[in-house]
Design a protein around this ligand. Sequence first.
Ligand SMILES: [Zn+2]
Length: 213
Amino acid sequence: MQHKKIIRIMFLLFIVFFLGGCSAETKIKSLHIDSQDVTLDFDQSQTFNVNIEPAKTNIEEEDIVLSDNTLITLTKVSDHSFTIKTHQNEGLATLYIMKDDVESNKITINVVNTKKAKEKAAQEEQAAKEAAEKERQEAEAAAKALEEQKQAEASQANESTPNNAVPNTSTVYLPKNGKKYHSNPNCSNMKSPRAVSLEEAQSLGYEPCSKCY
Ligand SMILES: [Zn+2]
């Protein structure tokens, strides 16, 4: 009888150690969320697959850690995957799995308002177009102003040319008698004509000689 009891105790101890060994084997060896960092729009869902070793271990809702519940919330958890949903707040959130003191890789979720971003990009494109058009018009106006200035300067030069071309300072000759001035001092047999400027001759009331002018 004593012998049987010892065998029974040994058997029970064997069972206890065997189960203990099994429970030690169920300890998680690796835990990995199969995803890169992701960018999500408002009100968008995303499912993540989880690689877990040993494979028979399942993840539970309480294993999933979300850094910011105002950006993302958990909507579904199954054995080896889970799904999150974004809200209408922009920002960065991180998520990871913590199970039996084993921590998975961390995934960063960038929540952006794609619609707003597109509108902003369209506005910026429009503003750039308008700025380019304004710049073109200003360049055109500047070129036109420069051309007008050149033309004004040219016509002013043309107007001033006759005055410069015919100076009143040329020398003429006045006879002792008569009211004509001459360009040639020997014209009309003048004797010792007085040399004066054309301007002076004109101011004295002399008129040009019809022979030498
Ligand atoms: Zn003359």
